[in-house]
Design a protein around this ligand. Structure first.
Ligand code: GDP
Ligand code: IMO
Ligand code: MG
Length: 422
């Protein structure tokens, strides 16, 4: 029996999709537990690149069943576009291979309108959301006026549920045609019907039968609604604790928590970022790492690895091992910096500060390590890495106190170094 959580240890885009795909080869189930199509998880197989937004990153294996848990918010149109795109690339998404929770909440057209409207009205505090309606949908969920997947399966219930909120009052400058939306979403519900199950029951039974399961997180620790850099966060719980809620399983069933971290850091959207590099080194990382958003194509802000943040991620998620990705992106650096502490007006900090104003004022204190200045993207054994690259990996592992069990040196499956065979 094996249940692993895969969690982003930074601000998202750490390479969770690649790592999930690598591990999914030996898995029976991959389950998404939160977020929605704000996520963009890239998996590269041979000449094909798959950008997955809602469908878990295990879908490329015939042997793996994929599940969208109750904690996810689903835009049905995007889901069907994704299913059709996968189909065109030769991947079939059948009800045997893919299940959706009847409890997951639905992103409506109104949520997308509200997302852009709210961004415009937030005084002095633009979040830089993905504009996919994620925040407004989760807001309706906790306000108890949301629409769930099960509601799409009956037109009369859908009409009742959708009318619990006065949409015309919330969107005075838009045409709110409830009849049209009910007809459209009931039709989408009919197409969804074969995939809809009690996913908590399905996943728990699979675990009890000894099946191997990955719970795949989206976004990352620093974007967590509770533990992230609030308010510059998403509206769900990407941290490992969110997995139990977002799937409906007990914490005693979790065996490992894999934290995925880049060998440097990126952030999309607004909010403080102490190690951000706005100079040519930042540009180099963006260029070498192809750091442009998978979902919105926005350039990602880039900076050196932040160990204060990574230690925080280890703590709040209970990370048991780290998968360090994109080490190859540092290939051309003569020297590599890592932030070990923050300098603040209140003294040096080794622990991540919870006060956003204090965090915004933090200046990174760096250690400088030698680079390797050679191409490592074809290396598949740790022993074959240049000494300075090994030192970098060992330094990071020692600094955060958990083993690094997987190092990624390229986007392809074979560009992966396993340090401990699993
Ligand atoms: P996710 O959201 O955490 O799944 O990450 P994204 O897919 O949004 O962004 C990670 C990007 O880096 C993708 O384009 C991956 O193909 C790519 N990638 C993943 N691992 C590596 C790596 O080790 N080296 C390089 N150069 N690219 C990688
Ligand atoms: P994956 O799963 C990186 C960021 C947005 C914005 C903030 C809130 O690919 O790692 P939202 O639309 O969620 O309300 O936006 O969160 N964000 C991400 N950044 N990777 C993601 O997902 C993200 N999903 C949301 O840029 O700053
Ligand atoms: Mg991404």
């Amino acid at each position: 029996m094996s249940v692993k959580i895969i969690v982003g240890a930074q601000w998202g885009d750490e390479g969770k999709g690649k790592i999930t795909d690598i591990l999914a080869e030996k898995m029976d189930l991959v389950v998404r537990y939160q977020g929605g199509n704000n996520a963009g998880h890239t998996v590269v197989v041979g000449e094909k690149t798959f950008k997955l937004h809602l469908i878990p990153s295990g879908i490329l294996y015939d042997t793996c069943c994929c599940v969208i848990g109750n904690g996810v918010v689903i835009d049905p149109e995007v889901l069907f576009w994704e299913i059709d795109t996968l189909h065109q690339k030769g991947i079939s998404v059948t009800p045997e291979k893919f299940k959706i929770s009847s409890l997951a909440h639905v992103i409506l057209p109104f949520h997308k309108l509200l997302d852009s409207q709210e961004e415009g009205h937030r005084l002095g505090q633009k979040i830089g959301t993905t504009g996919r309606g994620i925040g407004p949908c989760y807001t309706d969920k906790v306000s108890r006026v949301g629409v769930r997947i099960m509601d799409l399966l009956s037109e009369s219930r859908l009409r009742k549920v959708i009318s619990r909120k006065d949409w015309a009052a919330v969107l005075p400058n838009h045409t709110v045609d409830i009849d049209a939306v009910v007809a459209q979403y009931a039709a989408l519900g009919n197409r969804l019907r074969p995939f809809v199950v009690d996913t908590s029951l399905f996943v728990n039974e699979a675990i009890d039968q000894g099946k191997r399961v990955i719970l795949e997180g989206a976004q990352g620790t620093m974007l967590d609604i509770d533990h992230g850099t609030y308010p510059y966060v998403t509206s769900s719980s990407p941290v490992s604790g969110g997995a139990c809620i977002g799937v409906g399983i007990g914490p005693h069933k979790i065996h490992q928590v894999f934290g995925v971290a880049k060998a440097y850091v990126t952030r999309v959207g607004e909010g403080p970022f102490p190690t951000e590099l706005t100079d040519e080194t930042g540009e180099l990382l963006r260029h070498r790492g192809a750091e442009y958003g998978t979902t919105t194509n926005r350039p990602r802000r880039c900076g050196w690895l932040d160990l204060v943040g990574l230690r925080y991620a280890v703590r709040v998620n209970g990370i048991t091992e780290i998968c360090l990705t994109k080490l190859d992106v540092l290939d051309s650096c003569k020297e590599i910096k890592v932030c070990t502490k923050y300098k603040t007006s209140e003294g040096d900090l080794i622990h991540f500060p919870l006060d956003l104003d204090l965090f915004s004022s933090c200046e990174p204190i760096y250690d400088t390590l030698p680079g390797w200045e050679t191409d490592i993207s074809n290396i598949t054994r740790f022993a074959d890495l240049p000494e300075t690259a090994k030192q970098y990996v060992e330094y990071v592992s020692a600094a955060v106190g958990v083993p690094i069990t997987l190092v990624s040196v390229g986007s392809r499956r074979n560009q992966t170094i396993r340090l401990i065979s699993r």
